[in-house]
Design a protein around this ligand. Structure first.
Ligand code: 5GP
Ligand code: ZN
Length: 115
């Protein structure tokens, strides 16, 4: 199910562009538009799920693990260092996009040097 005014749903259905690094039936991984490090990816479910508080159905079981595992693989595929990762979910009111997304950032030790 997608939400018509959600920017990440638009990226999922390819009506908005993004630098996509990985996708399967469940997950999409793309580069953050304002990267905090060389590898800064957002690992998201294709389904519109607002945030971790909305993970309430049996199909969501293990989703966070899969977002993380595929996010790490994407960093590896892009030549990044998976031993120097920063991971995180921002929750309301500290998030700006209301579609669940795991930040996967590497190298964490270089964060803040990009801007
Ligand atoms: P958060 O909600 O986790 O605080 O921040 C949302 C993140 O999504 C930010 O790091 C922001 O740069 C990124 N972002 C917002 N809009 C877009 C977009 O249209 N494309 C991409 N690639 N990233 C976006
Ligand atoms: Zn959405």
């Amino acid at each position: 199910m997608s939400s018509s005014n959600c920017i990440f749903c638009k990226i999922v259905n390819k009506s908005s562009p993004a630098d996509i690094k990985f996708e399967n039936d469940e997950i999409l991984i793309f580069k953050d538009i304002k990267p905090a490090a060389i590898h800064h990816y957002l690992s998201i479910p294709k389904e519109h799920i607002a945030n971790v508080n909305s993970l309430n159905s049996p199909e969501h079981k293990g989703l966070l693990d899969r977002l993380l595992a595929e996010g790490k693989k994407a960093v590896e595929d892009q030549g990044g260092d998976v031993n120097d990762l920063r991971l995180g979910f921002h929750l309301p009111p500290f998030n700006t996009v209301g579609h669940l997304h795991l930040h996967v950032i590497s190298p964490a030790s270089s964060m803040g040097l990009m801007h």
